[in-house]
Design a protein around this ligand. Structure first.
Ligand SMILES: Cc1cc2nc3c(=O)[nH]c(=O)nc-3n(C[C@H](O)[C@H](O)[C@H](O)COP(=O)(O)OP(=O)(O)OC[C@H]3O[C@@H](n4cnc5c(N)ncnc54)[C@H](O)[C@@H]3O)c2cc1C
Length: 294
C-alpha cells in the first residue's frame, strides 16, 4: 500500500503555477494527440486556486484531470485549461474497515487493501484505470441494471469549490448513474474521501476474478475509455459493432465501446454522432458518458 505524508489540504506548500502550452497524446486513454493551449499540474490547493484564477482571467473553462480514462478531447487544439491532479497520494487505514484516501490515489491501491483485509469493496472496478477523484466524480460503478457504484462505500468527501474547502457526507452529495456535481467542467476539485468497507466472508481473489472477466468480455486491444454511452438502445449499439471511421471503430467484441488508433479525435467524434443520429431516427436518446472537452 502506497503511503506518502503529503496531505492534500495542507496549503503551506502553496506556490503559484501558470498553465502553458503543451502538445501531448498522454492526457486521455484514447491517446489522441492535441495542442493544449493551457496545461498545468498542481500539487497543492493553492496552486489549483491559482489555475482557477488564470482560467477565469483568460475566459477559459477548466478541467480537473485525473487519469484521463473518461475524457474525450474533441478538437486538435484544446482551449479549456487542463489542470492535472498531482496532489500527494495519501492512503490511511483508519481501522474497522474505514480508509481515508486522497483524490490522486489510484483506486487499485484501495482494492488491494480491501482484498488483503478481507473487506467487501467495489471489486467490479478492478480493471478500471481511475483515480479516486475521477471515480468519485463519475460515480464509477457497474452497469445500470446492477445499481452498484463507488458511492455505496463513500462515507464523506472533502472538496474545494469557490475558494473554500468543504466536507459533506455521501448522503448529502447528490449522485446518480455516472453523475455527481463534480463530473464535467465544474471547477470543483475533490481532495479526499473517507470510505467504509464492511467485512466479507468471501475468500476468493475478487480482483483476479474481475480482471479475468474484464479480459474475456471487454476489448483492451487498442486505446479506449471503456463504455461510451450511459444511456442507449442495446440492440442498436450491437448493430454498430465493427463500424470504422478515420482510424476509430466500435469494438467487434464489446458493444458500446470505441477503440482508437488515430492521433486525431475526428473518427471518435463522428462515430458518436452516427450513433446519436440513428437513435434520434428511432425516437430514442444516446447520452454520452464520456466527458467531452474542447
Ligand atoms: C478499460 C476501461 C474500463 C472502464 N470501465 C468502467 C466501469 O466499469 N465503470 C465506470 O464507471 N467507468 C469505467 N471506465 C471509465 C473511467 O475509468 C471512469 O469514469 C473513471 O472514474 C475516470 O477516472 P479518471 O481518474 O481517469 O478521471 P478522468 O477521466 O481524468 O476525469 C473524469 C471526470 O472526473 C473529473 N475528475 C477527475 N478527478 C477529479 C477530482 N479530483 N475532482 C473533481 N473532479 C475530478 C474530471 O474533471 C472529469 O469530469 C472505464 C475506462 C476504461 C479505460
Amino acid at each position: 500500500v502506497e503511503i506518502e505524508s503529503n496531505v492534500p489540504v495542507d496549503e503551506s506548500a502553496g506556490g503559484v503555477v501558470v498553465a502553458g502550452a503543451l502538445e501531448s497524446d498522454r492526457l486521455s486513454t484514447y491517446r489522441t494527440r492535441h495542442r493544449f493551449e493551457r496545461y498545468a499540474e498542481f500539487s497543492t490547493v493553492e496552486q489549483f486556486r491559482a489555475l482557477c484564477e488564470q482560467a477565469s482571467r483568460e475566459g477559459r473553462r477548466l478541467l480537473v484531470l485525473g487519469n484521463g480514462s473518461n475524457v474525450l478531447f474533441r478538437r486538435g487544439r484544446i482551449r479549456t485549461l487542463v489542470a492535472r491532479n498531482k496532489l500527494g497520494r495519501v492512503f490511511e487505514d483508519l481501522g474497522e474497515g474505514r480508509v481515508r484516501a486522497s483524490s490522486s490515489l489510484m483506486i487499485s491501491v484501495i482494492l488491494k487493501h480491501c482484498r488483503d483485509q478481507r473487506l467487501d469493496s467495489f471489486y467490479y472496478l478492478a480493471s478500471v484505470p481511475a483515480t479516486v477523484g475521477g471515480a468519485i466524480a463519475m460515480n464509477a460503478g457497474r452497469g445500470r441494471s446492477f445499481g452498484q457504484s463507488i458511492f455505496d462505500f463513500v462515507e464523506r468527501v472533502t472538496w474545494f469549490e469557490d475558494g473554500e474547502i468543504r466536507t459533506a457526507s455521501a448522503g448529502e452529495i447528490p449522485h446518480e448513474y455516472r453523475w455527481t456535481p463534480f463530473a464535467g467542467l465544474t471547477g470543483k476539485l475533490v481532495l479526499e474521501a473517507v470510505f467504509r468497507f464492511p467485512p466479507s466472508a468471501e475468500t476468493e481473489d475478487k480482483i483476479g476474478e474481475r480482471v479475468r472477466f474484464s479480459k474475456e468480455t471487454q476489448d483492451h486491444s487498442l486505446p479506449n475509455c471503456g463504455s461510451v454511452f450511459k444511456e442507449s438502445k442495446g440492440g442498436l449499439m450491437l448493430r454498430l459493432r465493427g463500424l470504422r471511421l478515420l482510424g476509430a471503430s466500435y469494438s467487434t467484441k464489446t458493444a458500446n465501446w470505441l477503440l482508437n488508433r488515430s492521433p486525431s479525435p475526428r473518427g471518435l467524434v463522428l462515430l458518436i454522432r452516427v450513433a446519436q443520429v440513428l437513435h434520434r431516427l428511432i425516437g430514442r436518446r444516446a447520452v454520452v458518458e464520456l466527458i467531452e472537452v474542447d
